[in-house]
Design a binder for this molecule. Structure first.
Ligand code: NAD
Length: 367
């Protein structure tokens, strides 16, 4: 029997509530998949600060490095908002990403049919959106040196450095091409090559990598145009590849097209342990009230089965169950669907898990 060790980091706010639903789904999937999931829970973020006065511990990072996957809820709580940077919950997340070397961040934006009215854009523009943003996560201007404050000509001055070497570009480009090859075969690489030399190198290296993937069509787009095209005609996109800064902005823009932030999963991949987490934060305003939407977490597990465990049938079963439950009118309060049945976190999680197990068993029966 295949055994997978999962480190769970429930974190703060609604994190523990949604992680509990994720763990329940994995336990229910173990039997049908003939897999065993072993869980080890560690504190992270505010929960870790309270216990150990640091946002994540070295022994947690080491456990994560040794695991098959990490499942994170969310970190952050208002009581730590005035802490110095190294004692803030979010620092734990940055340390975790750095420790795992997860340079490739995947954020899908897919619109479920029933949620077309929840999008800020018109239904005819958003219906059928199914795109993936591939963002470089460990380089670029967020990490480039030199960076900081200085005094120049008697003026307070500050600088950051946008820097990528060809290896950093090549490895993220390969991930994006591989993904596009398994989807609809179209990759849009986004840069600012009309102004930035970093982007000119980015474009050159992406063109070189393209030769390894003759079945994927590549186009280049300037970031300002991409920001506009995402609200004008988002259906044109399949996979969007971009650097850290542009990806941060574009992935948020893409995600808002699909309705609630409670629906959005993410995966962060590198050469070691992958990290799966919902896009949303700890939502202190609804924490502990059984109101959080568990879909982002459960959809993150679908990504885990797809990208790390090579079990696409499990990913498909989760996706199908989410869609079916929404179509049947079940939803959590954030979706505010007028004619549905509003459920709590636990009840929504149980409904999706129960249906996903059925769909999984059916998929085996039909093989
Ligand atoms: P947030 O995502 O926590 O909440 C924004 C709004 O969306 C809130 O109204 C919240 O109730 C709602 N919401 C979020 N997730 C939901 C869900 N699953 N179901 C239903 N409603 C949901 O963002 P914020 O309020 O800006 O940040 C709160 C805290 O979370 C801060 O401390 C922030 O630093 C932290 N944060 C953490 C992460 C992370 O851990 N990856 C990401 C973003 C923010």
């Amino acid at each position: 029997m295949e055994v997978k060790k999962i480190i769970t980091l429930p974190g703060d706010g609604i994190g523990p509530e949604v992680v509990a639903q994720g763990v329940a789904l994995l336990k229910a999937f173990g039997g049908p998949l003939e897999m065993r999931f072993e869980f080890e829970e560690h504190p992270a973020g505010g929960a870790c600060l309270k216990q150990y006065n640091e946002p994540i511990r070295e022994e947690t990072l080491e456990a994560c490095r040794q695991a098959d996957a990490v499942l994170l809820g969310a970190v952050g709580a208002p009581e730590f908002d005035n802490n110095p940077a190294h004692l803030r919950p979010e620092k734990g997340l940055l340390k975790l990403r750095a420790a795992l070397g997860v340079y490739c961040n995947l954020r899908p934006a897919r619109l479920y049919n029933t949620l077309a009215d929840a999008s800020p854009l018109k239904k005819e523009i958003v219906s059928g959106i199914d795109l993936m943003v591939v963002r470089e996560l460990t380089g670029g201007i967020y990490f480039g040196e030199p960076a900081g404050f200085l005094e120049k000509n008697g003026l307070r001055t500050s600088l950051n450095t946008m820097v990528y070497d060809e290896n950093e570009i090549r490895r993220i480009a390969r991930k994006a091409f591989e993904l596009a090859a398994k989807r609809r075969g179209h990759l849009t690489s986004v840069d600012k090559a009309n102004v930035l030399t970093v982007s000119q190198l980015w474009r050159k290296v992406v063109d070189e990598v393209a030769e390894e993937y003759p079945n994927v069509t590549l186009s280049h787009m300037l970031v300002d145009n991409c920001a506009m095209q995402l609200v004008r005609n988002p259906r044109q996109f399949d996979v969007i590849l971009t650097g850290n800064l542009f990806g941060d902005i574009l992935s948020d823009e893409a995600s808002v097209l699909t309705g609630s932030i409670g629906m959005l999963p993410s995966a962060s991949l590198g050469d070691g342990t992958p990290l799966y987490e919902p896009v949303h934060g700890s939502a202190p305003d609804i924490a502990g009230q059984n109101k959080a939407n568990p879909v982002a977490m459960l959809a993150s597990l679908a990504m885990m089965f797809q990208y790390s465990f090579d079990r696409p049938e499990a990913a498909a079963a989760i996706e199908a169950a989410i869609e079916e439950m929404l179509e049947a009118g079940f939803h959590t309060a954030d979706l505010n669907l007028p004619d549905g049945h509003c459920l709590g976190t636990k009840e929504m999680g149980e409904k999706i898990t129960g249906t996903a197990v059925k769909r999984l068993q059916e998929s085996f029966a039909t093989v």
